[in-house]
Design a protein around this ligand. Structure first.
Ligand code: 76R
Length: 281
């Protein structure tokens, strides 16, 4: 497994903020073909559910990564699986194992999203740069890049755990993809690093008010999928999603610069709960 966390991708010449990456993430969504399900005999149904249950148990118990199942509200999907794995090949593997279950006959794929858990280091690298400046080191000093790398590594070591985390164990998940606007007037990518850092500081401050009730997992998807980030919010109370996202709409980072895709709200289901949900229909 390549260790992305060791090497932040930004350099002094690059306006891209340093980021650390961890697990690749797949959001894998399906509808259920109930008509086909009802035509199956009771014995076959029981066998299909046992296979589905075994698949989810082993996916959740993966040595490297994690998996979770959600029952989605509304018509965009009925089931959403979230998988964290070391690479896209391993994500393909867990999906292929699902397709090998008899229950796959009843699954109609309807949405998928690939991304990678990302922690951006706006603050950490700013702090590291400030420290180097206090030591009198400027970007053209000989040892600047080396010292900067060491400082950033120190400041970010505690963030590594977030890159290789497990899926938050909360009752509900709210997933949506988003991008930062590149419009004629408001273009996130033409702002200076300082402007973006200040804006992100405000974003983080606002978000932090929800720290106890929500766990956010940000995954980057620039170059991987159609939007630039996947946003996962995990909470035991779905009303918190509405409150947080609404409040965030007034924060400049979202008000001026955010574009959003479709929202998926799911209720977490253990293997037993998933089978009970399907078996009752
Ligand atoms: O990681 C951290 O906790 C530090 C501060 C922080 C960063 C760097 C942070 C905090 N976020 C960061 C990055 Mn966030 N976040 C979103 C959305 O719906 C919307 O309007 C936007 C979707 C929500 C609701 C949310 C919530 N965040 C990001 C990024 C990467 C951007 C980049 O690098 O340019 C995106 C796309 C994004 C989007 N954010 C928080 C939250 C919450 C609740 C927090 C506080 C976390 C906590 O303190 O527990």
């Amino acid at each position: 497994m390549s260790d992305h966390t060791q090497k932040p991708n930004g350099t002094d010449e690059s306006p891209a903020p340093e980021t650390m990456e961890g697990w690749y993430v797949l959001h894998d969504c399906y509808r259920i073909d109930w008509a086909t399900w009802r035509r199956k005999g009771v014995d076959a149904q029981r066998e299909f559910l046992a296979g589905l249950r075994d698949w989810l148990v082993s996916a959740r118990g993966a040595d490297t990564g994690d998996s979770a199942a959600y029952i989605v509200s509304g018509q965009k999907a009925e089931l959403m699986f979230i998988h964290y794995r070391p690479n896209p090949g391993a994500l393909n593997g867990v999906r292929r194992d699902l397709m090998a279950c008899g229950f796959a006959d009843m699954l109609i794929p309807c949405y998928g999203y690939l991304s990678i858990i990302e922690v951006s280091l706006y603050e950490a690298s700013a702090r590291a740069r400030a420290m180097l400046a206090r030591e009198g080191l400027t970007p053209d000093s000989e040892s600047f890049q080396e010292r900067l790398d060491t400082e950033i590594a120190k400041q970010t070591s505690q963030l590594e755990a977030r890159c290789y985390r497990s899926i938050p164990d909360r009752e509900y998940c709210c997933f949506y993809p988003m991008s930062k606007r590149r419009g004629e007037h408001d273009n996130w990518y033409t702002l200076s690093m300082d402007e973006r850092r200040d804006l992100m500081r405000g974003h983080g401050r606002l978000g932090h008010k929800y720290h106890r009730d929500v766990t956010q997992v940000i995954s980057g998807s620039t170059g991987l999928d159609d939007w630039e980030w996947g946003v996962d919010l995990h909470s035991d109370d779905p009303l918190v999603f509405k409150k947080l996202v609404y409040e965030m709409r007034f924060d400049p980072v979202s008000a001026r610069f955010a574009e959003f895709g479709s929202f998926f709200i799911g209720k977490a289901a253990s293997p037993e709960e998933l089978c009970a949900y399907i078996g009752q229909n």
